[in-house]
Design a protein around this ligand. Sequence first.
Ligand code: SF4
Ligand code: SF4
Length: 199
Amino acid sequence: MQRLRELARLVEAVFDDLEQTFSNYQQQTGLTCLSGCGACCNNPKVEATPLELLPLALHYYDLGQAEQMLADLQQYSGFSCFHYKRHSLDGLAGQCSVYRQRPAICRMFGAASVGSKDGKGRLSVCKLIKQERPAAYESVIASDCTDAPRMSHGKSRIQQLDFRLGQQDMPINEALIVALEKVLFQSSFSDTESTGLVA
Ligand code: SF4
Ligand code: SF4
């Protein structure tokens, strides 16, 4: 369990760095998210690795809610992120209920560089930001856009911390299930060790 906690601390340190980098870029260019918007959280295609969900899984474990959260997720039939709280019927307005523990992908979304076939990367901007902030978007497009932070670099910084847990992207709710199972398995093993039942 100690190893998982140390791993989570390393993941969180990268989270903080990514958040700063991507947020600074979005502030500098004016390509910031719309107030109250949560449209991307309402999308079933959001994917993350179990490693990105490890801090959240440990958070639930420390609250004594890991088993319950695992059961809730296994029964969840909604299509969007389990932790998205909708504020409108169409789901476009809302907020994250686990903002401090949200995975890396959620800290990089909005305006960033994504991979292109020539390996140089290209600017990718959320279509709502493009619509609402056309002047900022045109201004960034008119520049060479090479200073946009790369999402793939952010992902690989996390992945390098633990290749097994960080290797596979999957729907965000499934990634949390895997992370919770890992934490619960490790905790039961630790409990057995502490009672001296493990040779
Ligand atoms: S974890 Fe939070 S920010 Fe990420 S998709 Fe879910 S609700 Fe949105
Ligand atoms: S990235 Fe786009 S869809 Fe997501 S919260 Fe920001 S403005 Fe909304």
